[in-house]
Design a protein around this ligand. Sequence first.
Ligand code: AMP
Ligand code: GLY
Length: 421
Amino acid sequence: MIVGVVGSGAREHAIATALARTAEVVVTPGNPGMPGQSDEGHTIRCVDVDPEDLSADLVVIGPEAPLVDGLADRLRAKGLPVFGPGASGARLEGSKAFMKDLVARAKVPSARYGTFDDAVRAERFLETLDGGYVIKTDGLAAGKGVLVTRDIGEARRDIRDKLSGVSFGDAGRRVVIEEAMTGPEVSLLVLCSNTEAVALPAAQDFKRILDNDEGPNTGGMGAYSPVPVASDEVVELIMERIVHPTLLQLASEGIDYRGVLYAGCMLTPEGPKLIEYNIRFGDPEAEVVLPRITSDFAELCLAVANGDRLSPPTISPQAAVCVVLAAHGYPGAVRSGDRIEGLEKTDTVEGVRVFHAGTRHDAQGHLVTAGGRVLCVSAMGSDLVRARERAYEAAALISFDGVQYRRDIAALATQTSPKPR
Ligand code: AMP
Ligand code: GLY
């Protein structure tokens, strides 16, 4: 089987790597880390073609933007099996207001909210919330459009900057305001074939740029799996109260959802509640979840694309931890073109795989930084402690000017004993 993958980040690198255990893979546009052969002898190639011209037996669409833009619908119209929802299902991520309204109809536990395009009404709603304020752009903002604060003055300023278009352009001209929930967060990636759903092992990611969850939000600075607080019972509750009701609601509204549904959940004192849905694999969650799948991932993606029955994949008992190396300036204006050294040395650390996020070759053929998140160093190990040691050992071998990475990825989790899933 030949599988086409659309995208160019570390997530797509992890997807291509998982697929290449059993299939030939062709990625558009891909990145410099991808081309090569898997241990099983399958090839990953990068081609720079329009995704609509990919010739493949299955197409897996990585990022949210082309899904929101209806790429899955256009490929399906040509008769291709596609992993990824059509534009109607992709609105779960493309519009936070649509998502919140849909899950409210499905009675899914989630934060109290209001949707506003008028600052006066928005600020009046703020005053009804006590404790914390969460302000979100309605539209896509690369994971950076959310402010969580206890300072009502900051919340007011953020509302004005978003609604006026100053901070996020059109994506912010409508905002969703929510009450702040508390508790540990869990990302559950669920493969969905219409109303059938199979959960992959839970992961946790680290959204803030600095240690101890300080500094602004990013696309994600690291992740780990399994998650000690996400026991089998917790995962079952999330499936029963959050994912299944959502899929039934989608189906009842005529939306056939085929792809991955990423449920970002908070384990609150009242039980798991939904924070957000994404309609694609998490980045960097994919870089720790996909390496743990030991069964045929390409076949599973094909079953999802065809709307077939899904058999749960087998999962390695090993743990995985990834650390993202980001460029100078991230998550603000980033500098690119910094030369990356030491990548080849990471081969000496067992269980490590470096996924490229934002790299390119310069005119002299050197690998240089070319994006906010540059590399994702992912490591497997017998438990989280071992996987974490390996990821950090490998990260320390790589250098480029201005490199930033968190030192506390999976630190708390390694202080409790993981219950693998
Ligand atoms: P989102 O893009 O919706 O996932 O939000 C980004 C991050 O903001 C989440 O991972 C949470 O850490 C935080 N967040 C979002 N909504 C809430 C909420 N209602 N209460 C507390 N934290 C939230
Ligand atoms: N890691 C968060 C995301 O993929 O949105």
